[in-house]
Design a protein around this ligand. Structure first.
Ligand code: GDP
Ligand code: IMO
Ligand code: MG
Length: 441
């Protein structure tokens, strides 16, 4: 079959010879430094796409000494030429995205390249109220959600009564749908949870105003994305949350309500799997988790505090202290397998400097046996004891290293061991929060 230039054939997939579409996902429990990696890769990308989650995500990007905290807007926004798409799988809190837009504009960032898919479901005040009430009703078994209304919004979407962006921006439809949904949710709020019902009049005008402001950003992102890929443009899919927070594959029920694994991108951005040609995972050189749920390598001692303080492990979205622990090769290997990762970026190597002995979890002891795959049930995981391998640490500040070769030998050995244990190549190593502090191998 003759190869024709991209974009000329009827079905370009039969002919295509070049694509550059990369997925970047979190390979632990979130906060791996995805924002930094996306910002770096965005400088050579034409399009950056978010496809799951909502403003439960908090992605930090540091550029030219200035720090940006992004929750809904793709981390490619700092690059003026990059088209930034919020895919259909994202749940959008209109007030949050508008405040993010305003903050960026006030800091001189151009947001005219931002588009939000018309199919996105909107997070409305009753979702936030229900998130808080349902967490409170779980008592000690609460999930530790970000209380952004994520779970209730995805529940409503699955229940097929959610309000999508195209309905939100249609004032007449929105007023009607909002009223109906609010009445239904008030029943839950009052009768199930014993909470205070929300008054339609207290919210509707404010949200109608939000809708007017957001309307110009609405688009069919699936079309923009397909055409961009067809034209051979470089596309980056920005993961949110992390593999172990995946609704199906994560540590259920201590998970979020979306699909942070690479496969989630297909549905959340409306793109077929044949159109994705590379998947990169992002990890930290140790492990963190916010919220509740099992965490086999958690350090509840001084070492845990040291890593938390040195690594500034406090949530970007909620400010909560993050739980900290040693690097767990079992969970990263699980992410490599479930997302088909081609390589990983290991961030925060600088945080581990000057710790004489480092530990990596290489297996779990379960009922007297050592297993090396993540158990599928929480009960089994709770019984697992980490099996550690010790590695010699390195001394001195490595945050000024500008090439991989400059890293101390023991840091290189640590990376090499991660590669072996997780069965994946390490393509980037982070030695600081700035976009320049990334060593490409
Ligand atoms: P995300 O949710 O995956 O984008 O990650 P967050 O932004 O929530 O958390 C990662 C934190 O680590 C941010 O404060 C980043 O600025 C910071 N960070 C990223 N890479 C590195 C690194 O290599 N070294 C250090 N010290 N900090 C980093
Ligand atoms: P980024 O993209 C870390 C966690 C919450 C909680 C659980 C469910 O910054 O890596 P939710 O509000 O989603 O219903 O909470 O998921 N969680 C995250 N943890 N990073 C995130 O995003 C997270 N998004 C959700 O802490 O345990
Ligand atoms: Mg984060």
């Amino acid at each position: 079959m003759a190869i024709e230039p991209i974009g000329k054939s009827l079905n370009f997939l039969q002919e295509v010879i070049f694509m550059s579409t990369k997925v970047v996902i979190g390979a632990q429990w979130g906060d791996e430094g995805k924002g930094k990696i996306i910002d770096i890769l965005a400088s050579e990308s034409d399009v950056v796409v978010r496809s799951s989650g909502g403003n439960n995500a908090g992605h930090t990007v540091e550029a030219d000494g200035v720090q940006y905290k992004l929750h809904l807007i793709p981390s490619g926004i700092l690059n003026p030429k990059t088209l930034c798409l919020v895919g259909n799988g994202v749940v959008v809190d209109p007030k949050v995205i508008l405040s993010e837009i305003d903050t960026l504009i006030s800091r001189g960032i151009d947001v005219s390249n931002l588009k939000i898919d018309a199919r996105c479901h909107m997070i409305l005040p009753y979702h936030i109220t229900l998130d808080a009430l349902s967490e409170a009703s779980r008592g000690k078994s609460d999930i530790g959600t970000t209380k952004c209304g994520i779970g209730p919004c995805y529940m409503e979407k699955a229940e097929r009564s959610g309000i999508r962006m195209h309905e939100f921006v249609d004032e007449k439809i929105f007023r009607e749908r909002f009223k109906t949904n609010l009445e239904a949710k008030n029943l839950l709020i009052e009768r199930v949870y014993g909470g205070e019902p929300l008054k339609y009049e207290d919210y509707v005008e404010e949200y109608v105003e939000c809708a007017k402001r957001l309307k110009p950003y609405m688009a069919d992102c699936t079309v923009l994305l397909y055409n961009a890929i067809k034209e051979g443009k470089k596309v980056l899919f920005e993961g949110a949350q992390g593999t172990l927070l995946d609704l199906d594959l994560g540590t259920y029920p201590y998970v979020t309500s979306s699909h942070p694994v690479s496969g989630g991108v297909c549905i959340g951005a409306g793109v077929g799997p044949t159109l994705i040609d590379e998947c990169i995972g992002v990890v930290k050189s140790y492990t963190t988790r916010v919220g509740k749920g099992p965490f086999p390598t958690e350090l509840l001692d001084e070492m845990g505090d040291l890593i938390r303080n040195r690594g500034n492990e406090f949530g970007t979205t909620t400010g909560r202290p993050r739980r900290t622990g040693w690097f767990d090769a079992i969970i990263v290997k699980f992410a490599v397998r479930t997302s088909g990762l081609n390589s990983i970026a290991v961030n925060k190597m600088d945080t581990l400097s000057d710790i004489p002995t480092l530990k990596i979890c290489v297996g779990y002891k379960l009922d007297g046996e050592v297993i090396t795959e993540l158990p599928y049930s929480l009960d089994l995981l709770a019984k697992c004891e980490p099996v550690y391998e010790e590695l010699e640490g390195w001394e001195g500040d490595i945050s000024g290293c500008t090439s991989y070769d400059e890293l101390p030998e023991n840091a290189k050995k640590y990376i090499a061991r991660i590669e072996e244990l997780c069965d994946v190549r390490v393509s980037m190593v982070g030695v600081g929060p700035n976009r320049t502090q990334n060593l490409v191998r």
